[in-house]
Design a protein around this ligand. Structure first.
Ligand SMILES: Cc1cc2nc3c(=O)[nH]c(=O)nc-3n(C[C@H](O)[C@H](O)[C@H](O)COP(=O)(O)OP(=O)(O)OC[C@H]3O[C@@H](n4cnc5c(N)ncnc54)[C@H](O)[C@@H]3O)c2cc1C
Length: 193
């Protein structure tokens, strides 16, 4: 079985940046990603979020991020990531959900489940965990959370402003996006992507 220098788990911004820098240094690097398609968490953002709403997407190394536009962020950014994987010739395997990492002597055995349900294994000298937070949303407590009568969303489930219009809502977000202070609630939602 091939021994990789580095396995990076996660092909979001963090994983792709890490993979790029490792490759530049001549390290045999494999990226394993649980999503069906490129784009990390960005592919799961709500449809009404445009490139004009986002806070500013950080550049991947040696590749400028897409400009502001009225295009959907959940299409533009995944397209940018897909193009980056191709141009940088990064080795990305998906969908693979890594569920175990075990020591085997001085090496690590990484195990995961592929899209067809098969369990797969890789051997590596080192590992980078770049799995992000999207899959494990944290919902903080706030005063009144139990009695608030409207719908409450974490950004991971937020359907978009047009779906929420004219209803009471509470929105939780943890990132510095334009609409995402630690909490917002209201009855006539201001458009925030
Ligand atoms: C609502 C919101 C708005 C934001 N707005 C902006 C913005 O405007 N501008 C900006 O620059 N940033 C923004 N961010 C932050 C930015 O999206 C994140 O910081 C960035 O996506 C994090 O990248 P990441 O690579 O760490 O994680 P992710 O993009 O989440 O990528 C992690 C990858 O790891 C994979 N993964 C997870 N678990 C496993 C596993 N067990 N096995 C294999 N693969 C796995 C996932 O499938 C995913 O592809 C926002 C975040 C949120 C939540």
């Amino acid at each position: 079985m091939q021994v990789w220098d580095v396995i990076v788990v996660g092909a979001g911004q963090a994983g792709l940046s890490a993979a790029h820098h490792l490759k530049v240094r001549g390290l045999e690097t494999l990226v394993l990603d649980a999503n069906e398609a490129p784009g990390g968490a960005w592919q799961h953002r709500w449809d009404s979020l445009t490139m004009a709403d986002v806070h500013g997407v950080a550049d991947l190394p040696d590749a400028s991020a897409p400009p502001t536009s009225r295009e959907r962020a959940n299409r533009v950014v995944p397209g940018y990531f897909a193009d980056y994987e191709r141009r940088q010739d990064l080795q990305v395997r998906r969908p693979v959900r890594v569920d175990r990492v075990e020591s085997v002597g001085d090496l690590l055995e990484v195990s995961g489940v592929a899209g067809n349900g098969d369990e797969q294994h890789w051997i590596t000298r080192s590992l980078v965990n770049a799995t992000g937070t999207w899959d494990r949303p944290f919902v903080p407590h706030y005063p009144g959370i139990e009695t608030f009568g409207g719908e409450q969303f974490h950004t991971a489930d937020y359907p978009g402003w047009n779906t929420c219009a004219a209803s009471a809502y509470s929105l939780w977000a943890v990132a510095p996006a334009r609409c995402s202070s630690s909490a917002r609630s209201g009855r006539s939602p201001r458009r925030c992507g």
